[in-house]
Ligand binder design. Structure first.
Ligand code: UD1
Length: 389
């Protein structure tokens, strides 16, 4: 690497890309960094990975470790094995990891063992539910990170309670929201609603619909749970159509459990009907933003979508018992509904009939999080980098 602060930025899975993109941009704007973008290859499909690099104006990864899918242990082990030589060769001042996926914890561990400082973007979030693989990843990553970069007040409080030294914790805001705010106008131009037949008034407005995603093991790995959820969703679908971009692991489970025919699978030019549960392939970032922003309701078990709907002002029903993002509940757009089918139907109909008014954004979800992170890194590492030059 050439002079400046040598920073390795790690991405691996779909929710990482929108968190890392603004950091890379802020490093380029600052001018004092030599970033190296490493993609572990945890997600590898065009639809789960490739399209995001183009839509988010991200540079192509400098290195792709190509690990692909495997069991948690095998995937994590493969990332450890393949990332170590990268750190040894490039001798970064900092390794920056984002979010809570297997790539996050694996790359943090490699760096920490080699004595390289680790920055964790989205540190301190806690669901309190250790049956979630992501919760283990969060706890383990924060335990070894040197810079804990947080998105919401609950994270600061969690880290304080766990005894992390306060000088390691920096409340910077939410880089995923940086991306959302920057992309809103372009997402507005997306043709996804026209493609799905959801436009009305010659494109001036959207027909009522709900957007759905589901991929957590707790919802999609047990046939009875998944079948019960689909039954409740079909019930809501009688009132307004539900558009469901299906995650690859969910598609696999629907096939394995013989549940495929509970959904209407739309082909290329097929349109959403007036009622029903409509499956479509995973969407790119801009199409998905438009789909979430223009609907009546979002139903999900994702972490990030709880945050995005808070800024979009769209009611979100989260099909989980807990959330590591309590600020989204406090703001009033997000409601935890667990896996209770009756509650799912009742709360969906309530949200359709009486949507909450859009809340003020959580503190520091203002589009400036990445710039704050880069300023912190510059202050911490600029003199070391200059001494070496
Ligand atoms: C991972 C993250 C999860 C995140 C989610 C977003 C962990 C522990 N989990 O879960 O936190 O919310 O990504 O998508 O890191 N697959 C493909 N193509 C791809 C990627 C995956 O077909 O490009 C399929 C494979 O069959 C794979 C399965 O999806 O076995 C699961 O992928 P994996 O990365 O292991 O976990 P996710 O469930 O996607």
């Amino acid at each position: 690497m050439s002079p400046g602060i040598r920073a390795i930025v790690v991405v691996g899975a779909r929710p990482n890309f929108m968190k890392a993109a603004p950091i890379l941009r802020a490093m380029a704007d600052h001018g004092g960094f030599t970033p190296l973008l490493v993609h572990t290859g945890q997600h590898y499909d065009e639809k789960m990975s490739g399209i995001f690099f183009r839509e988010l104006d991200m540079p192509r990864p400098d290195i792709n470790l190509g690990v692909g899918s495997a069991s948690h242990a095998a995937q994590t082990a493969e990332i450890l094995r393949r990332f170590e030589p990268v750190v040894l060769e490039h001798r970064p001042h900092i390794v920056l990891v984002v979010g809570d996926v297997n790539s996050t914890v694996a790359c943090a561990l490699v760096a920490a063992k080699l004595g390289v400082p680790v920055g964790h973007v989205e540190a301190g979030l806690r669901s309190g539910d250790r049956s979630m693989p992501e919760e283990i990843n969060r706890l383990a990553t924060d335990a070894i990170a040197d810079l804990l970069l947080t998105t919401e007040p609950s994270a600061n409080e969690n880290l304080r309670r766990e005894g992390h030294p306060p000088e390691r914790v920096h409340f910077v805001g939410n880089t995923m929201i940086d991306t959302l705010l920057r992309s809103r106008e372009r997402a507005e131009q997306s043709h996804v609603l026209a493609r799905l037949g959801l436009e009305t008034d010659g494109g001036a407005s959207a027909a009522p619909y709900a957007a759905l995603t589901l991929h957590r093991p707790s919802n999609v790995d047990c046939p009875t749970v998944l079948a019960t959820l689909l039954g409740a969703l079909r019930e809501v679908g009688r009132r307004i159509p539900i558009v469901f971009p299906v995650h690859p692991r969910t598609a696999r489970q629907l096939d394995a459990f013989g549940l495929r025919d509970r959904l209407t699978w739309l082909g290329e030019d097929q349109k959403v009907g007036p009622a029903g549960l409509f499956a479509v392939p995973p969407l790119g970032y801009l199409d998905f933003m438009k789909l979430m922003a223009s609907g009546q309701l979002v139903l999900t078990d994702s972490g990030g979508m709880q945050e995005e709907t808070t800024i979009l002002g769209v009611p979100c029903l989260t099909l989980r018992e807990n959330t590591e993002r309590p600020v989204t509940i406090e703001r009033g757009t997000n409601t935890l509904i667990g896996r209770d089918p009756d509650l799912l139907v009742r709360k969906s109909l309530e949200a359709i009939d009486a949507p909450p008014s859009p809340p003020p954004p959580p503190p520091l979800w203002d589009g400036g999080a990445a710039a704050r992170i880069v300023a912190i890194l510059a202050e911490r590492f600029a003199s070391t980098a200059a001494e070496e030059a």
